[in-house]
Design a protein around this ligand. Structure first.
Ligand code: OGA
Ligand code: MN
Length: 289
């Protein structure tokens, strides 16, 4: 039986009922979910009580898991979660909210800026799977913007201008926007910029979308200041309210989004209480350049 779906926004986002993601899906259900995610960009599931191993097994229905190395600045001994899990909570290894000046907290504040996961990797991510294990905070909506709709709404001259542009992405750029510069030499070496097309076509639906992120620091062949002005304008266009869905989390919600065609960011929340969010990431299979 097909899962029941309801679109939550006029353009995108499917809410899916009647599936238990903690259990193996079987190939036909997995294929059906993949099709829904590719079409709707974001899938919302409620009441999914799931542990880390089950979340990884669910994620692997859609491809290999991405390594988390290079996506965070936690030192050995500072990690709360095991291999394959990206910790996007506000908690330290003792499950306590980060101190205000904790370096990991300051780094994670980068998630408040519009981005797409792993555009700073040469082969960027396919899907992200985010599970809300504990929410004792107010605020903290996650917003998604539909980059297909944003692309479609551009005028023809802009579409022609951007068609073949290549951007440089690095975590160092998004953090610099928040005044965070304290990277070690080793981190800087890992976070060297990678190139991504500004316009990409979806491998399944063929729809074009803008591939934006706050990680962008330049466009190849441009001056950085010119590039950032141009990217800021595109970002403003692409995140107009008509293209945005805001997700208000309930505990045990699980969301899947397609990083190849969606932007996202988290809004401010009360960081003195736990917000235990755990992400798995399905690796992409090809570079965009
Ligand atoms: C992420 C992310 C936002 C949030 O998991 O990739 O950006 O709501 N998280 O915590
Ligand atoms: Mn993210």
């Amino acid at each position: 039986m097909s899962p029941a779906t309801r679109q939550l926004h006029p353009l995108f986002v499917a809410e899916i009922d009647g599936v238990d993601l903690s259990q193996p899906l079987g190939p036909s259900l997995a294929a059906e979910l993949e099709q829904i995610i590719d079409q709707h960009g974001v899938a919302v599931f409620h009441n999914q009580v799931i542990n880390d191993e089950q979340q990884k097994a669910f994620s692997e229905h859609f491809g290999a898991l991405e390594e988390t190395a290079g996506g965070h600045i936690s030192k050995p001994g500072e990690k709360r979660l095991g291999a394959g899990m990206a910790d996007v909570s506000n908690l330290d290894q003792n499950h306590q909210p980060y101190a205000r000046d904790d370096r990991r907290r300051l780094f994670n504040l980068g998630n408040r800026l519009w981005h797409t996961d792993s555009s700073f990797r040469a082969i960027p991510a396919k899907y992200s799977i985010l599970s809300a294990r504990k929410i004792e905070t107010t605020g903290g909506n996650t917003e998604f913007a539909d980059m297909r709709a944003a692309y479609d709404a551009l005028d023809d001259a802009t579409k022609a201008q951007i068609e073949d542009l290549i951007c440089e992405h690095s975590l160092i750029n998004s953090r610099a926007k928040l005044g965070f510069f304290e990277f070690t030499e080793e981190e800087r070496a890992i976070m060297r910029p990678v190139q991504q097309r500004l316009v990409r076509s979806h491998p399944v639906t063929s729809r074009k979308s803008l591939y934006l992120a706050s990680h962008i620091g330049n466009i190849v062949g441009w001056l950085p200041a010119e590039a950032l002005c141009f990217i800021n304008d595109l970002m403003e266009h692409a995140t107009q309210r008509e293209f945005v869905y805001a997700h208000e989390w309930q505990e045990n919600d699980l969301l899947v989004w397609d990083n190849r065609q969606m932007l996202h960011r988290v809004r401010a929340f009360d960081e003195s209480h736990p917000r235990d969010m755990r992400r798995t990431t399905v690796a992409g299979t090809a570079p965009t350049v």
